[in-house]
Design a protein. Structure first.
Length: 368
């Protein structure tokens, strides 16, 4: 594995990333992660992580990330910082203080956020990590077996700090919004809550969740309403927090237009400008632009992008700060934002007066 990291870094990778909440990643021990991050560090790389827990055990998960940064001598990026779960609402001041203390102690740690109250991930993350051993096929076999299914249900219904139990962190089945599905027969469920699906199928919500995973071969994605607005705002305001959209590609047309993504796929950056800059004045325009551009470029160690300056690659957006806005909602996510008049990538216009030019000037950006 260390050899694979070296090979990837030589090929231009910017570092090592982990998603420690999602199987099979939780099986990795901290020492293993330190060993791999240390290889990336030799090339000037970064360690980026969806940390092991964003809820009840977030303090321990942050401490693990700090330890990896310290012992591997590598910068750390905490992916989409949050205080997840109703029992953790209001903990963002504590989380911020913990990160600030690590920074003062010499750990180069920062974070990013998409600044919505709901996350979006695989519905199968609802299931305890042990039940994923062997992949989706084995997971589905376990959900079909009555005894194993009963064990999984019992674990969902039992509060625990041993794993990230999403069922315990939401207000109920209405907090799960069905996003993309793979099985065409399930398409009518996209945009419905788990509570609505359970009622439609005349099933208990947990049984409905299990059966949905079986029917969709564990492919289903969901939005989970797990964060409080004050926590989201406080994280956004930290000077070391940049903006991400944490979304795969989306389109209102074609095959992708049949999916029901998180609205951040279309609106993450315009939403910051509309909601937090223009309407609520929680950020200045300058702060927001820095969080979109130079700060993430710095964190990725890209020295030729992220600011408007002679000799830099000309990645530019021209917009009206008084009119730019997101239109995508959780109910109707496949809507393009408004107000971006011009977009240039590497000095070439890809949007002119709000219309696509069909130019494709983008390049793969790597560490070299």
């Amino acid at each position: 594995m260390k050899g694979l990291v070296r090979e990837a870094m030589e090929d231009g990778a910017v570092g090592v990333s982990t998603a420690l909440q999602y199987a099979p990643a939780p099986y990795a021990k901290t020492e293993e992660l330190i060993a791999l991050a240390a290889e990336a560090a030799k090339f000037g790389g970064t360690y980026a992580s969806h940390i092991r827990d964003e809820g009840d055990a977030i303090a321990e998960a942050l401490d693990e990330a700090f330890r990896i940064g310290r012992e591997a001598a590598i910068p750390v990026e905490i992916w989409h910082l949050k205080a997840a779960g109703k029992s953790n609402w209001g903990r963002m001041p504590e989380i911020v203080a913990r990160i600030e203390q690590a920074r003062k102690s010499g750990v180069d740690v920062a974070a990013d956020t998409y600044a919505y109250p709901a996350m979006f991930n695989s519905f199968s993350a609802l299931i305890p990590p042990w039940a994923h051993d062997g992949g989706d096929r084995k997971l589905i076999e376990r959900l079909k077996d009555p005894a194993t299914r009963a064990r999984i249900r019992k674990e969902l219904e039992t509060p625990s700090r041993e794993w990230n139990n999403e069922w315990q962190q939401v207000n109920g089945p209405e907090s799960f919004l069905i996003g993309a599905v793979q099985n065409p027969k399930l398409m009518p469920l996209q945009g419905k809550t788990l509570a609505e699906v359970a009622k439609l199928w005349n099933k208990d919500p947990i049984d409905a969740a299990f059966d949905l995973l079986i029917e969709d071969e564990a492919f289903t994605s969901v939005a989970l309403f797990m964060m409080s607005e004050p926590d989201v705002t406080l994280a956004l305001q930290q000077p070391w927090v940049s903006i991400c959209n944490d979304s795969q590609g989306a389109s209102p047309e074609g095959l992708l237009g049949r999916e029901h993504p998180h609205p951040r796929a279309y609106g993450a950056f315009p939403r910051i400008l509309r909601k937090y800059v223009r309407e609520e004045k929680k950020l200045t325009l300058e702060d927001a632009i820095r969080k979109f551009t130079s700060l993430p470029a710095q964190r990725m160690r890209f020295t030729d992008r992220g600011v408007l300056k002679a000799g830099m690659w000309a990645d530019m957006v021209v917009f009206d700060p008084e009119t730019i806005r997101d239109l995508a909602t959780f109910e109707r996510p496949n809507q393009l934002s408004e107000g971006m008049r011009f977009v240039l990538v590497n000095g070439v216009s890809v949007i002119e007066e709000g219309k696509m030019t069909n130019a494709l000037p983008g390049k793969v950006v790597d560490r070299r």
